[in-house]
Design a protein around this ligand. Structure first.
Ligand SMILES: Cc1cc2nc3c(=O)[nH]c(=O)nc-3n(C[C@H](O)[C@H](O)[C@H](O)COP(=O)(O)OP(=O)(O)OC[C@H]3O[C@@H](n4cnc5c(N)ncnc54)[C@H](O)[C@@H]3O)c2cc1C
Length: 417
């Protein structure tokens, strides 16, 4: 069997891996992208809500409000549910998440990520132009709806804080909501429209377009299992379906599956997952949804994707590999039907994905301390579509000895000891 030689193997062809591969290629590296699927963007990067959240300055931290924690603990909240049987698996992680969410540490995470968030849309725009897929970026922004006065008041406080970092938004009353989204029905205390974020109506399609660009420029794609990774005298080697691929350097960009590679190499990194679901539904009659909308009090998003209206749920804490449950989609569906005229489901069953998360809600980006040529780029939590290209740039700059555009220190794996 043929043996492929390259400068860098990138393991994982989700938004994060494909973006890193493109940035390495731009810097002259010969890259082989490796995935167990024969196409890019088939997993988490396929199923998200499509938001390039350039206005989300504050990451999704563990709530510090007792009433909210109690609501989550009761397991009746539509935003967050947990699988009781898996509690022993994720409770220690939740505790770390809670500790990393103190006001000081949450602010540290936000400030560390801010340069990446600010860069997020710019980097996508550059890649989208080069990949010649302008139809995959819509500049509608998104709307967060609030039903209770208390939720709106909280949101306004967060918005005032975000404004200090340049985030723009329009506060909407009922009439203004109706003007922007005439087909929504509900009793809203108000809404905020963030006009700047990008919306991708086919996130899996965007990852595929980026992978196609990589190939057009000479990059190669290998179907293979990252768990076969070995370090030898010639560098790093992975077994592909048509032969091995070998390179001096390797990037682990396996999203929620990154532990399959870092753990056997002896790294203990607290990678957890927040699972989530989506289901596409056809709009009824001539109903049109102009923006993605978050029904904040109920924790789901409706987004006008190419395939239909995509309903995405909040967070489910459970083992990554536990079979899907339909509870969150079932909880959200009647509410979504009441919000917008939805018809039949387009998908045979809900899709499930797992947001790869570190307790401080920052990704791990940088060099692995104990192996020459091993690099990490995973844990992009709720913002992997948003941050894929920006973190790809950061990683590629580090790997090629350029001055990184943002301080990489907060993303170093060494923060976990
Ligand atoms: C419901 C939901 C809504 C979301 N909404 C948004 C949003 O609006 N905006 C946003 O920015 N983010 C959003 N996210 C988060 C975002 O989708 C993720 O952060 C992002 O997709 C992670 O990308 P990734 O490339 O790291 O992982 P993935 O896309 O999962 O890619 C990992 C790749 O590794 C491959 N792989 C796994 N195991 C192996 C193996 N053994 N060998 C070879 N290959 C392997 C997989 O096939 C896959 O292609 C959402 C997530 C969910 C679940």
């Amino acid at each position: 069997m043929a043996e492929l030689k390259a400068d860098v193997l990138v393991l994982g062809a989700g938004m994060v891996g494909v973006s890193a591969a493109l940035h390495l290629q731009q810097r002259g590296r010969d890259v082989v992208l490796v995935d167990r699927h024969d196409r890019a963007g088939e997993e988490t990067s396929f199923g998200n809500a499509g938001l390039i959240e350039s206005a989300s300055v504050f990451p999704y931290m563990f709530p510090r409000n007792f009433a909210q924690i109690l609501q989550y603990a009761m397991n009746s909240s539509p935003q967050v549910r947990y699988q009781l049987a898996d509690l022993p698996v994720f409770l220690p992680w939740l505790l770390r998440y809670y500790l990393a969410s103190s006001p000081d540490r949450a602010l540290h995470s936000a400030m560390a990520e801010l340069p990446l968030i600010r860069r997020s849309l710019i980097e996508h725009q550059a890649l989208i132009a080069e990949a010649e897929v302008p139809e995959l970026l819509r500049r509608t922004g998104w709307i967060k709806l609030y039903r209770s006065e208390a939720m709106l008041a909280n949101a306004m406080r967060d918005f005032e804080r975000a404004r200090q970092y340049g985030v723009a938004g329009d506060v909407l009353d009922g009439d203004a909501i109706a003007a922007r989204e005439p087909h929504l029905t509900g009793d809203f205390a108000g809404a905020i429209h963030f006009p700047a974020p990008g919306f991708v109506p086919d996130p899996g399609g965007l990852a595929k377009a980026y992978a196609a660009l990589l190939k057009r420029k000479g990059g190669r794609f290998v179907v293979g299992d990252a768990r076969t990774l070995e370090q030898g005298s010639g560098g790093w080697r992975v077994a592909g379906a048509d032969g091995a691929a070998i390179a001096r350097e390797v990037v682990v960009a396996l999203g929620p599956w990154s532990d399959l590679v870092f753990r056997p190499l002896g790294y203990s990194i607290p990678l957890g997952v927040k699972r989530g679901y989506h289901l596409h539904l056809a709009p009824r009659r001539n109903a049109v949804l102009n923006h993605p909308v978050l029904d904040s009090d109920l924790g789901y998003v409706l987004a006008p994707m190419n395939r239909g209206i995509r309903l995405t749920t909040g967070v489910e804490f459970a083992r990554r590999d536990r079979p899907p449950t339909s509870i969150q989609i079932e909880r959200a569906l009647p509410r979504a039907h009441a919000l917008f005229p939805l018809g039949e489901a387009v998908d045979a069953k809900p899709w499930m994905g797992a947001r790869p998360c570190l307790p401080d809600m920052l990704p791990v980006i940088g060099k692995a301390p104990r192996h020459a040529g091993l690099w990490f780029d995973f844990g992009h939590q709720h913002h992997g579509l948003t941050l894929g290209p920006a973190t790809g740039r950061l990683l590629a700059e580090m790997m090629t000895g350029e001055t990184p555009f943002a301080d990489p220190t907060p993303f170093a794996v060494e923060r976990f000891g």
